[in-house]
Design a protein around this ligand. Sequence first.
Ligand code: PLP
Length: 372
Amino acid sequence: MIYADHAATTKLDKAAFESMKPFLLEDYGNASQPYSFARSAKKALKTAREIIAKCINADPNEIYFTSGGTESDNWAIKATALVCGDQRATITSQIEHHAILNACASVERLGFPVTYLPVDSDGIVQPSSLESIITPATKLVSVMFANNEIGSVQPIKELCDIAHKNGALFHTDAVQAVGHLPIDVKALGVDMLSASAHKFNGPKGIGFLYIKNGLSIASFMDGGAQEHGRRAGTENIASIVGMATALENNCKGIDYNKNLLHSLEMCFLNTLENEGLDFIRNGSSFRTPGNLSISFRNVSGEMLLHRLDLMGICVSTGSACDSQETQISHVLQAIKVPPEYIQGTIRVSFGIENTMDDAKKIAEGLAKILQQ
Ligand code: PLP
């Protein structure tokens, strides 16, 4: 099997798995309990928070553990809208993940206005387009760090500065970026940032929301005092520890991994070109490493996906969360992929376990299908 769908999920890092084991087997104490048996869980929780904070240049008490990217995004959107009881607006982009789009639809139903910014043909939110619609009545701007389908990386600092100049908060869904691109929340100035462990070789069902110190947003889960009383529920220590190990390892390897993934991209594209295939590559020139959204003329992306599957190759047509639906991706529509190419789009997303041979075989597999 060749797995090339790392934007959907990644393989668990071996060291992360090893770091989780003691908390699943022997050290199963509840970190909130005062007796000595719970001490190692409590200590592991503290250390994991410190490691994760360091990876994005945050303070440890700004890291709030959640069940993943979807929960972090819902928290940021809904809790910001609901906190003050005012009706100020949210601005987001047309190409966000459904975790943001559907959370926005939810607050819209409660009467909070939401505006969806367009993107250019590279999938970039132009700062001038935010500037033209933001007003003092804007409460939150939420723009993703990197897109899950086409990889385009947004000008986060510029967008964040515009939000702040106008008295709004800024959130970024950085699920596709954390562990893959250097992130410094202090230098960027963002107020909130969402991340998910399974996108950077950590376990599934765990993530975090960075919330800048002093920010007043509503708590997400009411209950006990965990996560400073803002996200109640007994902590998933094993997964939190695994997430910290995976993130630390990925951050250490960011430059090396970027170069490796770039070589894989080049090998894949050169092979496609040598085969004489008619295709376009979507997204901006600054993308998440290893992400290739490729559109072929007058073919069905779904057919390509299933034919590759028969060859033992895993890729995606749009975002994994969309794979049950046959409708054309909102991202490809927003960047206006030409009609004769849009149906024939697949996403190949390489990861650090892939080899040059994998890249070549996927491109050759595509050529074989398309030439038949
Ligand atoms: N945001 C983006 C950009 C994503 O790519 C994903 C997952 O595909 C999510 C949010 C949801 O994250 P999770 O799977 O951890 O809920």
